[in-house]
Ligand binder design. Structure first.
Ligand code: ADP
Ligand code: MG
Length: 450
C-alpha cells in the first residue's frame, strides 16, 4: 500500500517534490502508531520532516493506516559512487599524468563580499541556501549535481562564491574550481587552439569540487557541450561534487542536448524564487547595518527601508544599487535619509516599478491561466476547481497591489475581508508543499509584473 500512498502523495505535493523528496524514502516499519522510513541523508531527513511530514501522514491515514507520527532514520551506508571519506580526499587514486596537480587551478576570481554571512535567508531562497551550505561542508556527496536556478540577481553567484570561500578555508586539501560556463568554453577553445586538450582534460578531471555558473551559456554550442558532458560524467563517476547554476530549470534550457539536461536534473534541482517583501526588507536592513561603518552618523528615517522593499521588487541587484545610491547621495548633501529624499534620489528606479498591477488584471490572468470564468472567480461557487484559483487571485491581489483587504473583498464580488484573509493564508500554507501551485504563482506574478 505504500505504493498507493505514493501515488496520492505524488498528486498532493507535485511531481518535482515527489521525485526529489518522497521517492527516495524507504518504508521500514509501523509500530505503536509510528511509521518509520529510511532516508539516504540527514539533509533529506530534516527537509522531509519539516516540509512533508504532514502530507505523508495525511495520505497514510487516507489509506486507512492508523498512525500518530512518522519517524525518519538516516541510512548509514553510502551510495556506491559517493566521495571517499574526508581523510582519503587528499590521496586520490593514482593518475597517469600528475604534472598538473600542483598547478593552481584557473578559477575565476571570487567576490570577497559573497559569503554565507552576508547572504540573507528567507522563504524564497531557503532551500537553495540549505543545499549550498551542505555542499560547503565538503563532506561526502549527497546530491550530485546541485543545480541552482532562478532569475537574474536572485543570489546564484553569491551562493556559489560562498561555497568556494568556505571550502577553501575549511578544506584546503580539496581542489575547488569555480568558473562561468563562458569561461569554461573560452578555456576549452584556447586548449584546442594551443593543442593542449589533454592538459585541459586532465586538469578538469583532477578537480574535487567543480562549480559552473550560468550554464545556459553553452546552449547551442555543440563542441563545448560535448566536452562539458564528458567532464561532468568523469567527475560524477569519481564521486566529485558538481554545482551548476542557470537562469532556468535544466529541462527548459533551449538548445541543450537531452542527455545533458537529464544529467543535470539527476541530482538536486533547486530554484531561487523571486524575492518576497520580508526577504527584501531583510536584505535592506543587513546592508544598512554594513553601511553604518562606511557612513557613520548618517540617519535613516523610519519607513524608508519598508518603502523601498515595497517598491523595488525586480531583483536584489537593483535593490542594492538603489540603497547604495541613496546612501552616497545623502552623505554628499549631508541630509538625513527620509522618504522624500528617497523619492527624489531614486526617481528613475521607482518609475520602473510604477506600473501598477490592478485586481482586475489579476482576476483576468488567473481566470485565463486556470481556464475558469472571470464571473465564477468573483461569484459564489465553492467547488475546489474555482475556489482554489480564487484564493490564488486573492493572494496575488494582496502581494502585488497596495489595496486593503476590505477593498480587495469588494472586488471579489463583495466578500468580507476575513474571507480574503482566509484565502491568502490558505495559499501561503499550500505553497510550501505544493510545488505546482508555487510554480503557478511565480509564473502569474512574472506575467503580471512584466
Ligand atoms: P545571480 O547570480 O542570481 O544573478 P547574484 O548572486 O549576482 O545573482 O546576486 C546579485 C546581487 O544581489 C549580489 O550583490 C548579491 O550579493 C545580492 N544578493 C542576492 N541575494 C541576496 C541575499 N539573499 N542576501 C544578500 N545579498 C543578496
Ligand atoms: Mg550570476
Amino acid at each position: 500500500t505504500w505504493g498507493q500512498v505514493c501515488n496520492q502523495l505524488q498528486k498532493a505535493v507535485g511531481q518535482n517534490n515527489y521525485t526529489t523528496w518522497i521517492a527516495p524514502l524507504e518504508p521500514v516499519g509501523l509500530s505503536d502508531g509510528i511509521a518509520s522510513f529510511h532516508a539516504p541523508t540527514k539533509f533529506m531527513r530534516d527537509w522531509v520532516s519539516r516540509n512533508f511530514a504532514e502530507p505523508i501522514l495525511r495520505e497514510l491515514r487516507h489509506a486507512g493506516v492508523i498512525v500518530e507520527r512518522i519517524e525518519i532514520l538516516v541510512l548509514k551506508h553510502r551510495p556506491a559512487n559517493a566521495a571517499p571519506a574526508p581523510t582519503h580526499a587528499s590521496a586520490p587514486p593514482a593518475r597517469k599524468i600528475v604534472s598538473n596537480l600542483d598547478a593552481p587551478l584557473p578559477s575565476a576570481p571570487l567576490d570577497g563580499r559573497f559569503t554565507f554571512d552576508s547572504f540573507v535567508v528567507g522563504k524564497p531562497n531557503e532551500l537553495a541556501h540549505a543545499a549550498a551550505k551542505r555542499v560547503a561542508e565538503g563532506g561526502p556527496v549527497s546530491f550530485n549535481p546541485l543545480f541552482l536556478y532562478g532569475g537574474v540577481g536572485l543570489g546564484k553567484t553569491h551562493l556559489m562564491h560562498a561555497i568556494a570561500h568556505d571550502l577553501r578555508q575549511q578544506r584546503p586539501d580539496l581542489r575547488v574550481l569555480y568558473l562561468s560556463a563562458e569561461q569554461f568554453m573560452y578555456r576549452f577553445v584556447q586548449a584546442l587552439r594551443d593543442k593542449q586538450i589533454m592538459d585541459f582534460k586532465e586538469m578538469f578531471r583532477s578537480i574535487d569540487v567543480l562549480m559552473v555558473d550560468d550554464v545556459q551559456f553553452i546552449a547551442g554550442k555543440e563542441s563545448t557541450q560535448e566536452e562539458f558532458f564528458h567532464t561532468f560524467n568523469a567527475l560524477v563517476d569519481q564521486g566529485k561534487q558538481i554545482v551548476i547554476s542557470a537562469d532556468r530549470a535544466p529541462g527548459e534550457i533551449k538548445d541543450l542536448e537531452e542527455r545533458i539536461k537529464s544529467r543535470l536534473s539527476c541530482g538536486l534541482v533547486v530554484d531561487l524564487h523571486p524575492t518576497d517583501y520580508e526577504l527584501r526588507l531583510g536584505i535592506l536592513q543587513t546592508k544598512t547595518e554594513n553601511y553604518r561603518t562606511e557612513y557613520p552618523g548618517l540617519q535613516i528615517a523610519p519607513g524608508v527601508l519598508e518603502f523601498l522593499a515595497h517598491r523595488i521588487t525586480s531583483n536584489v541587484r537593483i535593490l542594492e544599487g538603489a540603497l547604495t545610491r541613496l546612501f552616497a547621495y545623502a552623505s554628499l548633501i549631508g541630509r538625513e535619509i527620509t522618504l522624500d529624499l528617497a523619492q527624489e534620489c531614486l526617481k528613475d528606479q521607482l518609475r520602473q516599478s510604477e506600473r501598477k498591477v490592478t485586481v482586475e488584471e489579476i482576476l483576468r490572468k488567473v481566470a485565463e491561466h486556470y481556464n475558469v470564468r472571470l464571473s465564477d472567480l468573483v461569484g459564489p461557487k465553492r467547488m475546489r476547481a474555482i475556489a482554489r484559483p480564487r484564493q490564488v487571485a486573492m493572494f496575488l491581489s494582496k502581494s502585488l497591489t497596495t489595496r486593503s483587504l476590505p477593498d480587495i473583498g469588494r472586488r471579489f464580488g463583495g466578500r468580507d475581508h476575513t474571507t480574503i484573509m482566509h484565502g491568502i493564508r490558505k495559499i501561503e500554507e499550500l505553497r510550501a508543499s505544493d510545488s505546482q501551485l508555487a510554480e503557478d504563482i511565480d509564473m502569474l506574478r512574472r506575467l503580471l509584473e512584466s
